[in-house]
Design a protein around this ligand. Structure first.
Ligand code: ATP
Ligand code: FE
Ligand code: MG
Length: 340
């Protein structure tokens, strides 16, 4: 069955066509309109601007997607859309668009939780099917969370964001360093030339077994550190050491807590996703840790780590194939939790 996915939870307009057969999905085509250059002058996302961009992009991208893949809307079996969490106005425009399309071609619209999309994205490439239970790690712009995934709709949160999500902290720290938005990839670039052991930046709740995920302390520590070393900050090599050291703090915190949760919970599979998992250093550290523990690591390819519509179409296709009914809330929910 052919599925169209629509993702507009934040600042990327994504549309994708996914074919589902016997519980396996295949990407037919996917398009993404990034708004980074539009928001960059403001140092972060401007919701009013985001919604205008989505409104402009959605019909153009969808038309191009069908044209390029040589499929037609009447061949669709289902439409999937992100119903939350995210920016209210961005979610609204995507949902209005998907519903209008559903009404026009008389198809049900399947609402997907954005975090559920991230959670299952590590399984979208490769041959092995999803095998429950697994430990899910999602680290993105708005969330850092660990969940025991026991089946579709059966997500037990083991730890979630206590203050700033890792991606949000990286974006804010990047601003302090004078780097453009989004900060995560910029910090990674700068860090590649620095020494990760140069400065011992703090880690949130470092005690073994404490799963709380906190990154605002790191942000504050970097702010004071930069103020104390204003002169040295003119040296690019010094800034590279700062970037490498703070990246290391994030990587070590995420790795240690995740691996502890995996070992103590008796998990055999770790599935990692979300924008921050595009970070090479974090991917390598998780790979090394999982190898040591004999844990099977599934990790989304970098392009599926950040926001995209493939993960939304695929989650709906797989849920539907597993017999779950198409469901769409009456309204979008900007604060939609993963587990209800
Ligand atoms: P959420 O999924 O929680 O609603 P979001 O959709 O905005 O938030 P994503 O698009 O999944 O989040 O991820 C974006 C975040 O990932 C940003 O904070 C960005 O800085 C971070 N990020 C992207 N690439 C990298 C990278 N290479 N290294 C570190 N962080 C990165
Ligand atoms: Fe996201
Ligand atoms: Mg994003």
């Amino acid at each position: 069955m052919l599925w169209l996915g629509v993702e507009t939870s934040c600042d990327e307009t994504g549309v994708a066509l996914v074919e589902e057969e016997e519980g396996r999905t295949r990407v037919i085509g996917a398009l993404l309109a990034s708004q980074i250059s539009r928001h960059r002058p403001f140092g972060g996302i401007v919701p009013e601007l985001a919604v205008r961009e989505h409104a402009r992009n959605l019909p153009v991208l969808t038309a191009r997607l069908f044209e390029e893949t040589r499929f037609a809307p009447r061949e669709l079996g289902g439409i999937a859309v992100t119903e939350g969490p995210g920016l209210a106005s961005s979610l609204l425009i995507g949902n209005a668009y998907a519903r209008a399309m559903g009404a026009a071609i008389d198809l049900p619209v399947f609402g997907i939780n954005h975090l559920e999309g991230h959670l299952f994205s590590p399984f979208l490439e490769g041959e092995e099917p999803i095998s429950f239970p697994f430990l899910g790690l999602v680290v993105s712009g708005g969330h850092s969370l660990l969940a025991s995934v026991e089946g579709w709709n059966r997500y037990r949160i083991l730890s979630s964001t206590s203050d700033d999500a890792a991606g949000e902290a990286l974006d804010k720290i990047a601003r302090l360093l004078g780097l453009p938005y989004p900060g995560g990839p910029e910090i990674e670039k700068l860090a590649s030339r620095g020494n990760p052991k140069a400065f011992p930046f703090p880690r949130g709740f470092p005690e073994k077994g404490d799963l709380r995920l906190s990154f605002s302390g790191l942000k504050t520590a970097v702010r004071y550190f930069l103020a104390r070393h204003a002169d040295e900050c003119r040296d690019p090599a010094f800034l590279a050491d700062v970037a490498a050291s703070l990246q290391e703090s994030v990587v070590r915190t995420l790795c240690e807590k995740t691996l502890w949760a995996a070992a103590s919970g008796g998990f055999r599979i770790l599935a990692a996703s979300g924008g921050v998992l595009a970070n090479r250093r974090l991917r390598e550290a998780l790979e090394a840790g999982c190898r040591e523990l004999g844990l099977l690591l599934r990790i989304a390819p970098p392009a599926l780590c950040t926001d995209n519509a493939v993960m939304i179409a695929s989650a709906a296709a797989l849920k539907s194939a597993a017999g779950l009914p198409a469901s769409l809330r009456e309204d979008i929910d900007p604060g939609l939790p993963l587990a209800i």
